[in-house]
Ligand binder design. Sequence first.
Ligand SMILES: *Cc1c(COP(=O)(O)O)cnc(C)c1O
Length: 476
Amino acid sequence: MLSASFALFGSKSSVLHIFSVSNMRYISTRGQSPALGFSDAVATGLAPDGGLYLPEMLPSFSASDLGRFATLSYPELCFEFLSRFATDIPAGTLRTLVAKSYTTFAHADIAPVVKLDDLTYVLELFHGPTLAFKDFALQLLGNLYGHQCAVRGQTINVLGATSGDTGSAAIHGLLGKPGVAIFIAYPDGRTSPLQERQMACTGADNVHALAIDGTFDDAQAALKELFADQEFRTRHRLSAVNSINLARILAQCVYYLWAYLRLPAGVREEIEWVVPTGNFGNVLAGWLLQKMSVPLRGFRVATNQNDILHRLFTTGDYRVASVTPSLAPSMDIQVSSNFERFLYYSVGQNPAKVRDIMATFKTTGAYTFAGFDPDSFTASRCADVEIPSLIRTVYQDYGYIADPHTACGFKSLAKSRPSIVLATASPAKFPDTIVSAIGMEPTAPSLEALKKKTLVKHKLPADAASIRAYVDRYAV
Ligand SMILES: *Cc1c(COP(=O)(O)O)cnc(C)c1O
């Protein structure tokens, strides 16, 4: 006994290692919810105090860690990274879940780095099943949910409203998972035909595509009512899929690390990471990785005309405005929910300050930061009329086809230092815009296959009672 414990404490590094591996806890940005382990934080989503979960302590990756990571495959790298965070899942299980999550990707590199010229690179994040970057997180989240159901011997019912990308990525994450059913409400006739097919042509019994007779806001309002009903929520073990889930952010850190390791030495330390942004989830992941000592130099937040983040990072004024639909619809947001995680760090990890600022923002729709420090962020804004011409220019200059979201990143590319633009969706998802820009229709094999499949959707009126009755009938 004595010698065993002596051996354990004999080496400082093994003590630290054991401590960090067994004890990663997650705290709320608002400081009024208990800290949770990884699996509970993932299952909870939004903290009960309204805050977002963050690791209590960020790990630090050393130069020798990075050296060791350089030869790993994408799933191996993802496992190495997540094992620092998912400390309550046995390593063997985590490795399997991660490996499974990336078998659904159509490219051998999972996230290929494409060189356009000496100063310009693209990180393609659209080789997953729904051809948008959300697959990186939602394939993993689906497997984590499936695992949790198996461990706890419980079923869960996932309910969400979507205007397109998130719903289809969530559906493809949960497709065919035992013990899980997913109900996605979308405005009938108002998503793109391809997006609807991605949701309604899966052929899976546990997927329910609910075509709501109304707008996205109607669908959202009906769901909000259902989530507010505690009895209904508990009885069906309802879970939401939203962009603030901790697991989504962590899964997204991995492709920054992967791309960093693939870029040439000398370029990777200097390069600016250009990220088409809406909810601030994608770019936040890169910034967190920088805080873990991976030397990423800086980030450009690339917005479309819905530019709350551009205004924030250029003026320090965080202010709600109405949403104007654009050609890059997945960035059409009013507020950037993940901003609260950045805020937490920028106010010196002080939850009381976060609560103050968020309360002011909620009641007045604005918060102005005096002496705002943008940290490593710069910002750009792309007006809607500029999107087709940017797609055309990129095509002429590099022979590369950028989707409308990615195109926003090509606005004001630096000429004096290298840039890597994160390509968040495949151009094949937006054929109309691409055709109008370059007169050519991009295709993707998975989308062609979809066109031949049977579409199964359930039309429902836009009220909570109808959705409730449907869920009561088909919940697992
Ligand atoms: C969701 C999405 C975005 C915005 O991502 P955030 O994490 O909300 O910043 C950008 N492009 C595409 C194609 C998306 O689906």
